[in-house]
Design a protein around this ligand. Structure first.
Ligand code: AMP
Length: 145
């Protein structure tokens, strides 16, 4: 299984925001679009960061009531790990586990062509396992065991 297999099913929709947008705007987008992270782009649509629900939750002890008014750039992660369409799902699982994050933008020739979340990875693994189980069942049935 490859990243491109997930993107084929899921599509190339990417939820983005700008670094100067506020945390309230980011939270509103996350709620409306039902995502746990948003990709931050500059005015040339270049990837410059990622902001997840976890960044906002962890900022509460330091910023308290001021949190909604902060700008995304104050909380986002700028050093974003990305992947390619031809990467395997196993590679993605390793990246997510070692980096302790649950979202990875898919980038081809500096263009963001999708995002992969841990939910997408789990879904694709389950589908793959189900496919293998059915295949084994058919095989055993066909052999008359
Ligand atoms: P998440 O598990 O995706 O909610 O993110 C946990 C932390 O990792 C947050 O600080 C995110 O900003 C950061 N993060 C999420 N995705 C990535 C990524 N692909 N590369 C680098 N950091 C990330």
């Amino acid at each position: 299984m490859f990243v491109k297999d997930i993107i084929k099913v899921k599509g190339t929709r990417v939820i983005t925001a700008r670094p100067d947008d506020t945390i309230t705007q980011a939270a509103t987008i996350m709620k409306q679009k039902e995502v746990g992270a948003i990709i931050i782009t500059d005015d040339k649509n270049k990837l410059i960061g990622i902001l997840s629900e976890r960044d906002m939750a962890r900022a509460i002890p330091d910023h308290g009531d001021d949190l909604p008014k902060l700008q995304i750039k104050e909380l986002m992660t700028s050093d974003v790990v990305t992947c390619h369409l031809d990467d395997t799902i196993d590679e993605i699982m390793k990246l997510m586990t070692s980096g302790r994050f649950r979202h990875i933008p898919v980038v081809e020739q500096e263009k963001i062509v999708g995002t992969i979340s841990i939910g997408d990875v789990v879904k694709s693994r389950l589908a793959h396992l189900e496919h293998q189980t059915n295949h084994m069942r058919d095989f055993i049935g066909g052999r008359g065991y």
